[in-house]
Ligand binder design. Structure first.
Ligand code: RNT
Ligand code: ZN
Length: 417
């Protein structure tokens, strides 16, 4: 049976439940995923005097072919994007600035250092998002940045974050879609602190200074990302969930929830509805923690599906900004992007192909038998047939055929680096 025939059958099955599959596809087409550039080069970046990765995050593996120039990274991204249905965004970090061989300190970075990225984004119809880089730098060697006791160090990072918001604004203006500028800092202590309050007070003051500078929200949205622990900050992280949740609420900023940044049995899917009740927008770093915040490639697991369901059934596709954050250097990096991003989109599609309103009604009626029965039955509905059709319609490889293209790219490009 052809893809079309399979699709027609699947469509009928969903239509029985009042699901308009054509409408679902139209909806899905308009959901951008922010693809993190750093999967392509193990969070290396292009700084002239590149520092080793720090900040309590870690990439393992040495699969050949990693990008080491902006041109290579963009080519790899283009390859991955050609295998992913839909129009998406690319998420940059400050270390991906292009300074023409010149040493430019992070607090001196300007929009012009991202001109090539912006031109490339225009050519490829992409939006851009941004992150200041508060790690892999001598001024972050103490494991403290915006909360550092030394004022000079704090000022340096404050200025870096202010500059970053302006770079985000530039992206938004140039590309006609607001950039999300997300602040994540590694600050914390390996061992039990004797004072948890003072560093948090300093972080709060630093953020106040960063956000005191007016940046047009039409072009740039500010987010703050919390964490529970990192390597070397096992006992205490200054920017905890409670810290940023309160900070964001009081100051009208976006909370960014990274799925690897909570206790192992705590799920982001269960937080989305609560967050949406109190803020207009919310941002995600979808990742996959395996035993710890390991940033494995996103797979189509139960939590990913549940996150997608929470976004879809709460009608929040335009309120939840979906970004990815994983880095695996033990497999082909273009494949890693492709697998993770396709899975995110698949999860959204599968959530859209559920009679969510009816299931809500069953719950309201206390009909938990039917609720459970239907939720389970829908797991084996022919969602794959709709996914295949969607890929074909969007002009990207169907099923695993994308892998052939990655293999060819590896032979022709990656292995020659
Ligand atoms: C680290 C955070 C952060 C980084 C990126 C590179 O734990 O998740 O988002 O992964 O900024
Ligand atoms: Zn993250």
């Amino acid at each position: 049976m052809s893809i079309q025939e399979n699709y027609e059958l699947a469509k009928k099955a969903y239509e029985k439940w009042g699901i308009n599959v054509e409408e679902v596809i139209e909806k899905l087409k308009n959901v951008p995923i922010s693809i993190h550039c750093w999967q392509g080069d193990d969070i290396g970046g292009f700084e002239v005097n590149q520092k080793e990765l720090s900040g309590g995050i870690s990439v393992t593996g040495n699969y050949p072919g990693k990008a080491s120039t902006p041109e290579e990274l963009r080519a790899d991204l283009e390859k991955a994007l050609s295998l992913i249905p839909g129009k998406h965004r690319v998420n940059l970090h400050a270390i991906y600035a292009e300074t023409n061989g010149e040493v430019v300190e992070r607090d001196q970075l300007e929009p012009k250092h991202f001109e090539n990225w912006v031109n490339w984004a225009k050519e490829n119809g992409l939006g851009l998002d941004y992150n200041p880089t508060l790690f892999s730098h001598p001024k972050a060697d103490d494991g403290l940045t915006l909360s550092h006791p030394n004022e000079e160090i704090r000022e340096f990072w404050i200025n870096h974050c202010i500059g970053s918001r302006k770079i985000g604004e530039y992206f938004g203006k140039e590309l006609g879609t607001p950039a999300l500028t997300n602040i994540w800092i590694p600050d914390g202590y390996k061992d039990i602190p004797s004072d948890r309050l003072t560093p948090r007070k300093r972080l709060k003051e630093s953020l106040d200074k960063i956000f005191a500078v007016e940046v047009d929200e039409k072009y740039n949205l500010d987010a703050v990302e919390s964490k529970v622990f990192g390597i070397g900050s096992e006992s205490y992280v200054v920017g905890s969930h409670e810290f940023y949740l309160n900070y964001a609420m009081k100051n009208d900023k976006l909370c960014l929830l990274d799925t690897g940044h909570y206790h192992p049995t705590e799920t982001v899917s269960n937080k989305i509805s609560s967050m949406l009740l109190f803020s207009e927008k919310l941002a995600l770093h979808v990742s996959r923690p395996v035993r710890w915040d390991s940033d494995h490639v996103v797979i189509l697991d139960d939590e990913l599906k549940e996150i997608a369901l929470e976004i879809v059934r709460n009608d929040a596709l335009d309120r939840v900004i979906i970004g990815l954050d994983f880095f695996d250097a033990s497999i082909n990096r273009v494949a890693a992007w492709t697998i993770g991003t396709r899975n995110m989109i698949k999860a959204l599609l599968s959530a859209l192909l559920v009679p969510n309103e009816y299931l809500k009604q069953l719950q309201e009626e206390g009909n938990f038998t039917e609720r459970l029965a239907l939720m389970e039955e829908f797991k084996t509905y022919p969602f794959g047939a709709v996914w295949d059709y969607y890929c074909e319609k969007m002009g990207v490889p169907v099923r695993e055929s994308w892998l052939e293209e990655v293999k060819a790219y590896e032979q022709e490009v990656l292995l020659k680096r």
